[in-house]
Design a protein. Structure first.
Length: 137
C-alpha cells in the first residue's frame, strides 16, 4: 500500500506539470491543498485553477523533479525541486525571465485511493529573491 501511495503522488506531479487530463482520478472531490491561495476551490477544479492560472500565469517551462518520497500510514512526504522561468507578474514582481529553483516538501494524506489533503513548505524568500534578481546565469 505504501508503494501505491508513493505512485499516486508521482502521478499527481506528472499530471500537474502536464495537461491535468487525469487529475480527477488522482484527487478527491474534496481535496484541499492547504498552501493554495484561499480562493481556490476544492478538488480537481482547485488543482486545475492553481496550476493553470496561478503557477502557469507566473512561470513557464515549469517542471518538478522528485528527489525522494517517504510513506507511512496514509501520508506521503515528497521532497522535490521546482524549476521554472519567471515570465508573468507574480507577488507584485514584474517578470524578468529569471530561472527559478526551489526546494520544497509536500505532505499528502491519502484516503480511498485518492489524495485527500496536502501541505507544502518551501523557501518563499528565496523564490522572491530569484524573481527579483537583475541577472541570472
Amino acid at each position: 500500500m505504501l508503494e501505491e501511495n508513493k505512485a499516486l503522488v508521482r502521478r499527481y506531479y506528472h499530471e500537474t506539470m502536464g495537461d491535468l487530463s487525469g487529475i480527477e482520478e488522482i484527487v478527491a472531490l474534496t481535496f484541499a491543498d492547504h498552501h493554495f491561495p484561499p480562493e481556490m476551490p476544492p478538488g480537481p477544479a482547485g488543482v486545475r485553477k492553481f496550476f493553470t492560472e496561478f503557477v502557469g500565469g507566473i512561470f513557464s517551462d515549469a517542471r518538478i523533479e522528485i528527489d525522494f518520497l517517504l510513506a507511512e500510514g496514509d501520508k506521503v512526504d515528497c521532497h522535490f525541486g521546482f524549476y521554472a522561468r519567471h515570465t508573468g507578474d507574480g507577488a507584485g514582481i514584474a517578470p524578468r525571465g529569471n530561472s527559478i529553483r526551489l526546494s520544497a516538501i509536500s505532505t499528502f494524506r491519502i484516503a480511498d485511493g485518492r489524495l485527500a489533503e496536502a501541505w507544502e513548505i518551501y523557501d518563499s524568500g528565496s523564490m522572491v529573491q530569484q524573481m527579483q534578481a537583475e541577472e541570472t546565469a
